[in-house]
Design a protein around this ligand. Structure first.
Ligand code: FAD
Length: 536
C-alpha cells in the first residue's frame, strides 16, 4: 500500500471511531499519521502490522471493520477502503456451519481469544479455507472495545493434508482388504500395522501373533538386521483335524523419513520391515496329493527292501546255529587227534562248513541296499502328517482315534526324509498293532511335537495299547526280539530299524508309559540331525 493511502486509511478510521476509540490510541495514531509521534514503539507496531503476511483487521464490537492491512486485501480481494465500516460477515460462506459462528461469538463475548478453520469467500466469489484467530481488545476497565482478527489462506495446506489423508485411507483400505497377510514391524519388533487377513490368522492361531510363528526363525532375534527375502514357504499346523496351512513368506525393508522436529534439518530414516504371507494351501494341496502318491510308492519299495533284508538277515541268523554246531563238532574231532576212521567225518564236516559259509556269503551278497537318499531340510510335522495319512485306512478299520498336537511352526531338521518317514511309519504301525488286540476298548493314538530346546525337536507317540514292561524296554531294540512270536510278518526288526534311523540323525529314543497306560515312544531329533553336507 502506498504511504498516502495508508495515511488516508488511518485518518478516515480515526474520524469514524472518534467516539469509540480509547483516547490514548487515538492520539498515538494521530501522531503516527502526522509524523509528530515521539515514541518509536507505536510506529514499529504499526509498520509490523502493515507489512505482516497475515491478514489483519480491527473491528468494533459488532464486527464492523475499522482497519484492514495490505495482506487482508491480497487474500480477500477487498481494498481496505471498500471494507471500512462493513461487517466481517462479507467474508462468510454458508458452507461454514452455524455452530462455528455461535462458538466464535460466545468465546469472544466471554473475553477469550478464539481460533478455528472456516470457509471464506473472496470478493470475486472464490472460496478459500481460512485459519482464523480473533482476540478481544479490552480497555482498562476490562471491557471489550475492539476485536483483532488475523487469518491466513490455508487452502493449499488443507488440500495437501486432505490428499495425504486420502492416500493414507486408500492405502489402508487396500492393505486391509488385501487377500494376503500383511504386517509392518517397527525397530522394536512391534507390529505397527496389520490387516484383516493378519487378524484372522491370529484368531486361527489362538491369539498368538502370527509374526512370532511364521517369521520368527526367518527373522532371527533382531528383525531389522535381517536381509530382505521372498518366497519362503512356511508350514503351519493348526493341529487336530484341521488341515495344515502353507504360506509363502516375504520380508521387505521400508524406510520412512522421520517427521519429528529433531530431523527437520537432517532427515533421519525410520526403518520398518514389511512382512507379507500368501496362503498357498490350495496349491500345496494339489502338490501334496501327488507327493503322497509318490511317497506311498516309495514307502512300499522301502518296505520291500526292509522285509527282504529282514528275511535274509533272519535266514543268516537261523543258519548260524547249525553252522556253530558243525564248527564245534569239527573242533572236537580235531582235538581228539588224527585217526583214519574219523577222516571221512572230518572231511564231511569241513565240506558242510564250507558250504554253509558260502551259503551265508551268498545270502549276505543278496542283501538289498536301502535307496540312496540325499540329506535335505525336513519338516517333521509334515512327515508325521504323511505317516498318519499313510495309515488312515488302518485307523478307520481298527476304530483308532488320532490326536495330533503339532507345534504350530517347526523349523526344519537336516536329514533323510524317507528314512525318517519310514521310521515314523514303523512307530505308528507298532502302535496300531498294539491297540488292535481283540477286546481293547480304548484306542487312542496321540502324537505331539515340541521344540523345548532351541536346537532339538521332541516327538511323543502315545498309544493306549498294553505298553512295554520296563524289563523289556532295552531288549525290544535288539534284532529279532519280538513279543508276538514269529507269526507276524516282521521278525522283530522294526524297532532295530527305528533305532538305526534315530542314531543316524544323532537323536535318541526312549520308551516310557503313556498317560493312557500304554506305550510312549519319546524321540528327540536335533535340528542338525545329519550336519549340513555331512554323512552320518
Ligand atoms: P451473522 O448474522 O453475522 O451472525 C451469525 C450468528 O453469530 C448470529 O446469529 C449471532 O448469534 C452471532 N453474532 C453475530 N454477530 C454478533 C455479535 N456482534 N455479538 C454476538 N453474537 C453475534 N466471519 C467469517 O465468516 N470470516 C471471517 O474471516 C471473519 N472474521 C472476523 C473477524 C473479526 C475480528 C470478527 C469480530 C468477526 C469475524 N467473523 C468472520 C464473524 C462475522 O462477524 C460473522 O459473525 C460471521 O461471518 C457470520 O456471518 P453471517 O452473516 O452468516 O451471520
Amino acid at each position: 500500500m502506498e504511504t498516502e493511502n495508508w495515511v488516508e486509511t488511518v485518518r478516515s478510521f480515526l474520524e469514524r471511531s472518534q467516539d469509540s476509540l480509547p483516547a490514548d490510541i487515538h492520539s498515538l495514531l494521530s501522531e503516527a499519521i502526522d509524523g509528530t509521534y515521539t515514541s518509536l514503539l507505536p510506529r514499529v507496531f504499526f509498520e509490523a502490522v502493515q507489512q505482516s503476511a497475515v491478514a489483519i483487521s480491527i473491528t468494533d464490537t459488532r464486527a464492523n471493520i475499522l482497519y484492514a492491512n495490505p495482506a487482508f486485501t491480497s487474500i480477500t480481494g477487498y481494498e481496505a477502503e471498500e471494507v471500512m465500516g462493513r461487517n466481517e460477515s462479507i467474508l462468510s460462506d454458508k458452507r461454514t456451519p452455524k455452530k462455528i459462528y455461535e462458538n466464535l461469538w460466545s468465546t469472544l463475548l466471554g473475553k477469550q481469544p478464539w481460533s478455528d478453520t472456516l470457509i471464506n469467500r473472496r470478493k470475486n466469489g472464490e472460496r478459500y479455507v481460512a485459519s482464523l484467530t480473533i482476540a478481544p481488545v479490552l480497555n482498562h476497565q476490562g471491557e471489550i472495545t475492539h476485536f483483532l482478527g488475523m487469518h491466513l489462506d490455508v487452502t493449499e495446506e488443507h488440500r495437501l493434508a486432505r490428499e495425504v489423508e486420502n492416500n493414507r485411507e486408500l492405502v489402508e483400505s487396500v492393505v486391509e482388504a488385501a487377500p494376503v497377510v500383511i504386517a509392518l514391524l517397527d525397530e522394536s519388533g512391534q507390529v505397527v500395522l496389520q490387516n484383516r487377513a493378519y487378524r484372522e490368522l491370529r484368531d486361527l492361531m489362538g491369539g498368538i501373533e502370527p509374526v512370532g510363528k511364521l517369521w520368527s526363525h526367518l527373522l532371527g532375534d533382531n528383525p531389522l538386521s535381517c536381509e530382505e527375502f521372498k518366497g519362503y514357504e512356511v508350514r503351519f499346523d493348526p493341529g487336530g483335524a484341521a488341515a495344515p496351512r502353507w504360506f509363502s513368506c516375504s520380508c521387505t525393508r521400508v524406510d520412512e523419513i522421520d517427521t519429528s522436529a529433531d530431523s527437520f534439518f537432517e532427515p533421519m530414516d525410520q526403518s520398518y520391515r514389511l512382512l507379507v504371507a500368501m496362503d498357498i494351501s490350495d496349491t500345496k494341496k494339489g502338490q501334496e496329493a501327488v507327493r503322497m502318491n509318490a511317497l506311498r510308492a516309495l514307502m512300499a519299495e522301502e518296505e520291500l527292501v526292509q522285509s527282504t533284508r529282514e528275511t535274509l538277515a533272519g535266514a543268516i541268523y537261523q543258519l548260524q546255529g547249525p553252522m556253530n554246531l558243525v564248527a564245534a563238532a569239527s573242533n572236537m574231532i580235531e582235538r581228539r587227534g588224527a585217526s583214519v576212521s574219523m577222516d571221512n567225518l572230518r572231511r564231511v564236516l569241513r565240506e558242510a562248513m564250507d558250504a554253509g559259509a558260502e551259503a551265508m556269503n551268498r545270502l549276505s551278497a543278496c542283501m538289498p541296499e536301502f535307496l540312496a537318499e540325499a540329506v535335505v531340510p525336513v519338516n517333521l510335522n509334515e512327515l508325521i502328517h504323511d505317516a498318519l495319512a499313510l495309515n488312515t485306512e488302518k485307523f478307520l478299520a481298527n476304530g483308532i482315534l488320532v490326536e495330533w498336537n503339532p507345534t504350530a511352526v517347526l523349523p526344519a531338521v537336516t536329514g533323510r526324509e524317507h528314512r525318517l518317514c519310514g521310521m515314523l511309519n514303523q512307530l505308528i504301525e507298532n502302535a496300531i498293532d498294539a491297540m488292535s488286540e481283540r477286546g481293547r476298548k480304548l484306542r487312542e493314538l496321540t502324537i505331539t511335537t515340541t521344540q523345548e530346546d532351541d536346537d532339538v525337536i521332541t516327538i511323543l507317540i502315545d498309544d493306549t495299547g498294553p505298553g512295554i514292561p520296563e524289563e523289556h524296554r532295552f531288549q525290544v531294540f535288539q534284532p529279532f526280539y519280538t513279543s508276538k512270536g514269529m507269526k507276524g510278518k516282521r521278525a522283530g526288526m522294526g524297532l532295530t530299524m527305528v533305532q538305526d534311523v534315530v542314531s543316524e540323525h544323532s537323536g535318541s529314543i526312549a520308551i516310557a508309559t503313556s498317560p493312557g497306560g500304554g506305550c510312549r515312544m519319546a524321540l528327540t531329533i536335533p535340528l542338525q540331525g545329519i550336519p549340513d553336507g555331512g554323512e552320518s
